[in-house]
Design a protein around this ligand. Structure first.
Ligand SMILES: [Zn+2]
Length: 157
């Protein structure tokens, strides 16, 4: 007989941040089918940004190809951090692919106000899409757990 007391974290179906990214991205593609034409790939890799303790993910646009590069450090983070980091990056992707005025009016029809600056805007788009605010934890990494919101000024907004 399987135990009825399996901790929820052991039941979570995602094995890696990369898989979680693709799952979240597919949710967004169902909301914005037009985005499917943009080619987005995600994988682990390296970036100068990852040398800082809080550097976990970067979105690159090269030759029309968008790639989300994740640090292998992400694997050791709690799921609440992984998910929040990925939602933030996806906020950037949506912002990159959709005209600003289109996003602003669609969000405002639903009662959301998107920040005008790039980083806070990514967090606002994530909040709009998934209904959870992106917070910043004591290490200033994105989290779905309680923390600071909006994104602290000194991180770049
Ligand atoms: Zn960002």
């Amino acid at each position: 007989m399987p135990s009825a007391n399996i901790p929820p974290e052991n039941l979570f179906p995602f094995n890696s941040p990369v898989q979680l990214f693709y799952s979240r991205w597919e949710e967004v593609l169902r909301i914005f089918p037009a985005l499917e034409q943009g080619h987005v790939t995600c994988g682990e890799g390296s970036s100068p940004h990852f040398e800082s303790a809080r550097g976990m993910a970067v979105t690159r646009l090269e030759h029309g190809q968008v790639s989300v590069v994740l640090s292998s450090k992400m694997r050791s983070l709690p799921l609440a951090n992984q998910d929040a980091i990925l939602r933030h990056e996806i906020g950037h992707l949506v912002d990159m692919f959709c005209p600003k005025s289109y996003l602003d009016s669609l969000a405002s029809e639903r009662g959301f106000v998107l920040a005008s600056t790039l980083e806070r805007r990514a967090d606002d788009i994530a909040f709009w899409l998934w209904g959870d605010r992106i917070h910043y934890d004591t290490h200033e990494v994105q989290t779905l757990q309680p923390g600071v919101s909006p994104r602290p000024e000194h991180l770049g907004v």
